[in-house]
Design a protein around this ligand. Sequence first.
Ligand SMILES: [Zn+2]
Length: 194
Amino acid sequence: MTERHDESAGEPASELDAEGWIGGALRRPSPNQDDRPAGTQIDLLVIHNISLPPGTFGGGWIDDLFLNRLDPSAHPYFAPIAHVRVSSHLLIRRDGALIQYVPCERRAWHAGVSSFEGRERCNDYSIGIELEGADLIPFTDAQYRRLADCTHWIRTRYPAITRERIAGHSDIAPGRKTDPGPAFDWPRYLDRSQ
Ligand SMILES: [Zn+2]
């Protein structure tokens, strides 16, 4: 397992701008985004984890995946996923660094086939946050701090995202997805995210 910190955790998150870019986030616009359906209220927050290859932290592979430049020959795990078009609004790295790929007003492609309280296509109405991590490896203090910080600013902008409308990917795609996984401490997160 490698730990490489090629960027500082940056300044604290702050208010979203009109397009939904969070202040303090490093912006790396992904081509994997489009408009939400007209009139959509943003009222769901989805928590994920990702690491590439799985269980390995550091490096630029997640950026590469979300920016459609992942080298399929760089690792055996990459070949079948290199051409999948996915993104998330935000990524929080192990050191708490915050990267934004899609402004929150736009639709990121993070949830896939999904349903929340009987309503399908969660990408339409949700914001996706990826934590660099794996299901069974504890997340870092810096990640919990940053996640609480981001959640505060997102909910300030989108108050329809109540505590009950913060879900894991595994909640909206059960049987298909397992993230953020049992190592994610939901009470710790939610108690900090008032
Ligand atoms: Zn996920």
